[in-house]
Write a new protein. Sequence first.
Length: 209
Amino acid sequence: MISVRLLDTDIQIEQKVNKALAEHINSTIRKRKGIVLGRFKSAVRNWIMGQPEIKSLMDEGGAYSLHSLFGIYKGSSGTIIDIIVDAIVNSTHISMNPVDKNLRGSLLFEFQPKDFANLLSLSVGKVITKKGVSLHWMDWLLNQGDKVIVVGYRYFPSKGGRSGGGRMDKGYGFRVPPQFSGTRNDNFITRAFSKREIEITQIISRIFS
């Protein structure tokens, strides 16, 4: 008969087990963090591309599309969308606080700066008119809601204009249509991340699968 005598106390054994578990968990997370980050970025790209605002920005020549309403130059929508979506995707990060001997630690997933500085600073988020006027349509879409933002002009669908889908002429005023309008706390980006808890949990769980 083989017998084993444990010389450590229960507390000491627990501490050693916890230490081993912590080292295993931390090692697993470090090895797979890059894979999980890649999956997050892929998911974020799909969430953003699925938003009605993005689809409307890509609708060149649509009578009441955001592309036409904002007077975005015809033929540029694909490049503009790629730059916008890349900026959002590339803002995605994972930060790790290693698990300690008490098995306490954390993973922080960061998706998009709350001030939207990465998007508001993009040159593609503006249109410069022939008169040299800068129209910051990205700010309109993210922050200005559906209030009147261009006074004295309104939008008329036509085959003319920079976009090939309409032009501005004298009228009461112009605003972003309510179905697309956004404020700092409720815009096409925040809506893209809304109610994604299950999907996010599934991606996180793959760290240990």
